[in-house]
Write a protein that binds this ligand. Sequence first.
Ligand code: CP
Ligand code: NVA
Length: 305
Amino acid sequence: MKKDLLSLLDLEKDDFEHLFTRAIQLKERYAKGILDKLLTGKTLGLIFDKKSTRTRVAFETAMIQLGGHPIYMSAQDTQISRNEPAKDTARVLSRYIDCLAMRTFDHALVEEFAKSSTIPVINALTDSFHPCQILSDIMTVIEHKGGYKNVKIAWVGDGNNVVNSWINAASVLGLDLVVACPDNYQVNPHIVEAALEKGKTHIEFTNDPRQAVKDADVVYTDVWASMGDEDELSKRIIAFKGFQVNKALLSHAKDDALVMHCLPAHRGEEIAEDVLEDKNSVFWDQAENKRHMHKAILESLILRK
Ligand code: CP
Ligand code: NVA
């Protein structure tokens, strides 16, 4: 039976642990010059309907470094844009490639691809979730904090796809997560219900960023207007007043708190320039770890390890 990675609720705790251990191991081996050609002869297709720098390049380089081949397809350049049904495209691609990574708007589309494909389908971001991002981000937390237990994670910002995946991870791993979003930009209650059904964790929600970051070990933020929401930016800049991650807000977190952002960042909006440019920041480690985590994900789905 093939496995997909559409949401972190698809994973059990052991799957998370395996991916963290394996990604860290592959990172160490790569640093020593060991080339693990685990996916020789395998092909990864990438269908992207939204822009990407990190996720696309991290998947492509991961595949190449593992000895395989990536094929990038802008959705616009395929017959999908001329209304070929997803189920037909999925069945055809399953005859050519070994795995498909998809970035699109509607999460139902990746679900449809997964249902109609005989190959693993990976969600490379939808309006609802960004699972691979949070896997590599927790890997970064493990590297810098020695683990994720007893690590207080504060989300400050929009109730978007990235925090939805944090909520999913929190429910499976029992993370200590506090989510602060402005009124009207809170997390969709269905996301919270589904996550809490799967796990037994307690996730706290507030509209007060100071309360969220109080004694936090990790402070995480993301853009106020995600891809597809850009038209609302000026309205959101007003609604998100007080939600900028800056030195004043961080003074309420632990002194050694990690500040994290999936990037791309909007300086002067969700994050202050001096926080982003701090020489001890881990944003660039987060970005790098996407490549190592993607290798672990590809190995586990393509070789069913
Ligand atoms: N963090 C992230 O997914 O970045 P891209 O949009 O550049 O892929
Ligand atoms: N929430 C952002 C994440 C980008 C990586 C977006 O969806 O645009």
